[in-house]
Write a protein of this length. Sequence first.
Length: 307
Amino acid sequence: MTVVSPGPGALSLEWGVLIDLHTHSHVSDGTDAPAALVAAAAGRGPASALADGVPRLDVVALTDHDTVGGWDEAAAAAREHGIDLVLGTEVSARAEGISVHLLSYLHDPQDVGLLALFDAVRTSRDGRARAMVDRLAVDHPVTWDDVVAQTQPGTTIGRPHIADALVAAGVCASRDVAFADLLHTGSPYYVRHAVPDAPDAVRAIVAAGGVAVMAHPGAHMRGRIVSDAVIEELAAAGLAGLEVAHRDNDDAQRARLDRLAQRLGLLTTGSSDFHGDGKPNRLGENLTSSEALAEIERRGTTRMVRA
Ligand code: AMP
Ligand code: ZN
Ligand code: FE
Ligand code: FE
């Protein structure tokens, strides 16, 4: 059993088992291959990928945006490196005009309804990214090819790839600067993509045997956040939990979300939202309890990959 000595933030409690349920590989907008991400989570990669005081995780989830494309590679790597793996997807949705991300865990990766939803969102993301580049190119030296150069075949394209292209072109100093200056939702270069209504997305996840957890529900620095009423509606549609411990939820939001979860009978989780070198988030910087994970596994259709 791994015991982390008391430290700042989420790690000030002693966690018997280190469980991080939200990460991205280069199958979406992370920078590591799925196998490299899993190796890093198992303590077999660069120590810099892990939060201070975390030697390795016991359980990691792979949750690339709107795809199951990394699942097979991650599963093979988990067996090789001896770490438990929860397979998932971060599903793009919208409620009251606000972008909502739903973590789906342990769904059937061949479910026709969910795969059709992912296809539609990914197609819309491509068109939207091209439209954003068209707008940006009027004022900045960036092309669609520059964005494609930041992706792998099959990658779910998002604003982070446009940010990386802007960095490579010397327009912005970092991903964060690109978001702050050019890519934020209020920017004239911002274009939306077509996504399902959040309650419909929750129902699609549940129909596919998945367990739906709302990602970073209180991340107000990214844009507007949803009201309690939306979370109530999602709970009625089958939402299982709220990702409370996430660096983008401040203390007031965490308190609000804990209260809501208690009232609505929802699980609470904590995760890093690791994106490799693309963001400062480190593996294990926020954690999920083994009780919450046990409930997710009980409700999910796909089995966890066991070390
Ligand atoms: P998209 O889904 O294409 O709209 O891009 C959203 C993704 O960009 C999120 O999942 C984050 O990974 C990243 N992101 C959103 N806001 C920011 C920000 N302010 N700074 C850096 N990354 C961000
Ligand atoms: Zn992302
Ligand atoms: Fe997200
Ligand atoms: Fe994420």
